[in-house]
Design a protein around this ligand. Structure first.
Ligand code: NAD
Length: 472
């Protein structure tokens, strides 16, 4: 059991002043995994004040010192990798193999990537009679979700350390325990007191207090679009920078010259990974009308054999959803797809066969989905794939762009130039051609209601920097 009773503020573990605790439930067993304290706005004030006090000295730290911390933290992730992967699987329900790779392996590599980037990044530039210098923005508030909890935290903490910023992290209610282990590690590395602070608690209290705080210079938020809007509203009066990484409803276009069988197979994992609880999941599949039956046959056969169950079983590909709320919400979307007349080709309502407890749903696929349906328009955040057909490339692009979101996308074609031309016409922050792999050094972020920031790589570092022009 992981009972964490204190917050990490100013280099010390201290009592929280909020009432009660937040219980963390294992979504596979519905048992208690641990708990974390409820922070208050007074705890936020203390953490922000500590971060403010630490800023002058830390902002002057050398690039070598920062790179050293990042590399040491990455090494600790490796050392304690199995423990972290098991912990996150117990918080989120992610299948253990995927947890090792995506929940711990990726952030460990991201940490090292920022240490490396510091060696080459141009912090200064000459523009005619000006010297333009990039400086740490100051005190950063980081508000993060539960679905890839440590990856999303490191996507903010690593560039903030690299930039020379100080920070206050508020992790999600569902999966906060990994953030406490991270705090233990940063404490062990002797990061100067106040550079990193952790305040767990409710979004409506701790998240709002951080967003509105006059002494916070940047809020870096990842989560739902609704909460992102509230963060922006709370932040506006103090004119701080707000960067938002929000939801998605991304389209995967199979063009008529593509290797249909491969594209159809890969489309399943691109939607179902982490039980579909991935902001950049490719949840809408667009297929040429003539290939509809072939795609439906391949996908329905494969999804029928998709293993769902205990995320600690190495052979399982789909675990539970994170919470009973999430299970209820995804189940409601599955019912709405049936009611609205889409063709159910795999999965459906109710628990997967053989499972009686845990927050599971059946991995589900609908064909003949039309753009007026809720399952086409709304982010479901579960293993539900919506397939539709199109007649021309222009129609496919229009359908893909027919979304309030614009986070990710996919294009499949035998002709890379053709795929590239379609990719350029998609109003999204990421596009993968023929299953092109995720790149931890490329900017990640959204167009439209999917957000306004970019994380990872040099673009992610820029978010934590202010720019000053000095004329001579
Ligand atoms: P959420 O918006 O409910 O919560 C995210 C964080 O915001 C949590 O820490 C929460 O406590 C806090 N929060 C909630 N209300 C707040 C408020 N009013 N003010 C300040 N903070 C508040 O989202 P979630 O359910 O944890 O995560 C799922 C959502 O996150 C999905 O919509 C998903 O698409 C999105 N997401 C986006 C990305 C991305 O990079 N674009 C990555 C992962 C998840």
């Amino acid at each position: 059991m992981h009972m964490r009773e204190q917050l990490y503020i100013d280099g010390q573990w201290v009592d929280a002043t909020g009432e009660g605790d937040i219980q963390v439930i294992d979504p596979a067993t519905e048992e208690l995994v641990g708990s974390v304290p409820v922070g208050s706005s007074a705890d936020v004030d203390a953490a922000v004040a500590a971060a403010r006090r630490a800023f002058p000295e830390w902002s002057q730290s050398t690039l070598e010192e920062r790179a050293d911390i990042l590399n040491q933290l990455s090494a600790l992730f490796k050392e304690r990798g199995e423990e972290l992967a098991q912990l996150i699987t117990s918080e989120v329900g992610t299948p253990i193999g995927y947890s090792r790779m995506a929940m711990v392996g990726t952030p460990s590599v991201v940490l090292r990537s920022y240490a490396k980037l510091l060696a080459d990044f141009e912090f200064e530039e000459e523009i005619r009679n000006s010297l333009v210098v990039k400086e740490p923005i100051g005190v950063c508030a980081m508000i993060t979700p539960w679905n890839f909890p440590l990856h999303q935290i490191i996507g903010k903490v690593a560039p903030a350390i690299a930039a020379g910023c100080t920070m206050v992290l508020k992790p999600s209610r569902e999966a906060p325990l990994n953030a406490f282990v991270l705090s233990d590690m940063l404490d062990e590395l002797s990061l100067p007191a106040g550079v990193f602070n952790l305040v767990s608690g409710r979004g409506s209290v701790v998240g709002q207090a951080l967003s509105a705080h006059p002494d916070v210079d940047l809020v870096s938020f990842t989560g739902s679009t609704g909460a992102g809007v509230r963060v922006s509203e709370a932040a506006a009066p103090s004119v701080k920078r707000v960067t938002l990484e929000l939801g998605g409803k991304s389209a995967n276009i199979i063009l008529d010259d593509a290797d249909i069988a491969t594209a159809a197979k890969v489309a399943i994992g691109a939607c179902f990974a982490n039980s579909g609880q991935t902001c950049s999941a490719l949840t809408r599949l667009l297929v040429p009308a003539g290939a509809r039956d072939e795609v439906v046959d391949i996908i329905s056969a494969r999804v029928a054999g998709y293993s769902v169950g205990d995320p600690r079983d190495e052979s399982v590909r789909c675990g539970p959803l994170v919470s009973a709320n999430q299970q209820a919400s995804v189940s409601e979307y599955i019912s709405s797809g049936i009611e609205e007349g889409a063709t159910l080709i795999a999965g459906g309502e109710g628990m997967p066969d053989g499972l009686e407890s845990g927050f599971y749903v059946k991995p589900t696929v609908f064909a003949d989905v039309t753009p007026d349906m809720r399952i086409w328009q709304e982010e479901i955040f579960g293993p539900v794939l919506a397939i539709t057909t199109y007649d021309s490339e222009e129609e496919a692009i229009a359908l893909a762009n027919d979304s309030e979101y614009g986070l990710s996308g996919g294009v499949w074609s035998a002709d890379e130039d053709r795929a590239m031309s379609v990719a350029r016409q998609l109003r999204t922050g990421q596009v993968s051609i023929n299953g092109g792999a995720f790149n931890i050094s490329a900017p990640f972020g959204g167009y439209k209601m999917s957000g306004n920031g970019r994380e990872l790589g040099a673009h992610g570092l820029e978010e934590f920097l202010e720019v000053k022009a000095i004329q001579r």
